[in-house]
Design a protein around this ligand. Sequence first.
Ligand SMILES: Nc1ncnc2c1ncn2[C@@H]1O[C@H](COP(=O)(O)OP(=O)(O)OP(=O)(O)O)[C@@H](O)[C@H]1O
Ligand SMILES: [Mg+2]
Length: 435
Amino acid sequence: MNGSSIYNSWNFTDNPFSAMPLLADSLGDQLFIGRDEELRRVGIRLTSSASAVCLDGMVGVGKTSLANIAAFRALRSYRANSRTSPLIIPCRRPFQVSPTETPDDFRMRVLTEVAQTLLERSSEFRLGLNMEGSVGLNAWLNSPLLRQWSLGVPIFSAGGGAQSNESAGFTSSGFSRTVISWLEAIFPDNQNGGVVCVLDNLELLETSAIARKKIEALRDTLFTVKGLRWVLCGAHGILQGVVASQRLVGHMQEPVYVPPLALAHAQAVFDARVQTFNAQNGSAPYLPFDADDFHRMYLIVHRSLRNALAYANDYCLHIAESGTEPRTKEEKRQRFDSWLKRMAESIRDAVKAQTGPRAMKLFQDAITQFDGEFGPGDFTTLGFKSVQAMRPQVKALEEVGLVEAQKDDVDQRRKSISVTGKGWLVHWCILTHGS
Ligand SMILES: Nc1ncnc2c1ncn2[C@@H]1O[C@H](COP(=O)(O)OP(=O)(O)OP(=O)(O)O)[C@@H](O)[C@H]1O
Ligand SMILES: [Mg+2]
């Protein structure tokens, strides 16, 4: 039985606890809870400046979703009033940079996705949009070049790959020129919006020195292309090191900090998912736990939304496999609590088998003294003689997934190490059921 068929049999259309980012569409918008202040800030930044918006926050906290929904709502404002709102078009996919990809390859990947996005949107824009404010978009939609591309388009038919279009006589540079000319036609100056491209998970580049170099290398190929609006997302403060680059001055905005979603929103996150995925087939949807159980778990994992959703899904799979479904509120609470306890204990035991007592002491001290977020510079408070002495213990905790750390050679004071949702679960287990 796979995940979605369990949910189908429980009268849902799909898995309500997917841990994937919310997309820039009406489904994502419906599931998006809270964050009014962050949405307002990101919306203003996206529409008022061509420099990159930077979102800094813990892994899995909701950065990509925030960027997508801010872009989606900006497009909605444009649809409502194209005279007063700039045209913001969310790119259909987020991007990640890899340490090995060249700036040219990355640029080609971005322009391919941007071209796909524009083509997908073109028919929608052509139909029934009031475009009084968008002379550029109108001109582009009516240009012979677009018509020619939308008719033949062998370049996109095989799922990207600009190189495959030899027959139509486009070289890859011809392709970039075409896409850039589209962007210039639609967004003739930098004031009237752009295609929003999200550059995700910069922390995967590991050190802020590497991330800075990478972004600097992309500066002239991407940040200067008219009609693209960038949102950069990174965890562990990695963006602080990037925005500090002198070579990026004017291209990057100061990071917006994305805090965990407030505890008070946990119930609404749960309810929105239950409502949205309700199959409405005449039978009430069933779940083996309630909104307040989800709320409790969100609290235990220290407001790591991705972890809370993933554990909710694991629990549902466990119940489905067990063959007996709790029915009453009390039964559900008991089953959920005993599952959570057993899962936490097994993670705790696996972690203990792989990690020494010194690392576990560091883990506990990081929680009690720093609320789970610390930097290499905190070594004395954490009982080490030097940064070097602390490093292997951090690494040991990282290997078992209790903390996430950014190796940072720039600023030792930055809180670049943080306890993960799994770490908070283990902490809860030790507190409530002993070590
Ligand atoms: N405001 C929100 N309301 C409801 N669900 C949300 C919200 N924000 C994020 N989520 C959900 O939380 C999970 C994590 O979100 P997202 O992937 O956007 O986080 P992230 O910070 O980009 O993670 P990462 O650091 O791994 O890139 C996703 O399943 C998403 O659907
Ligand atoms: Mg993300």
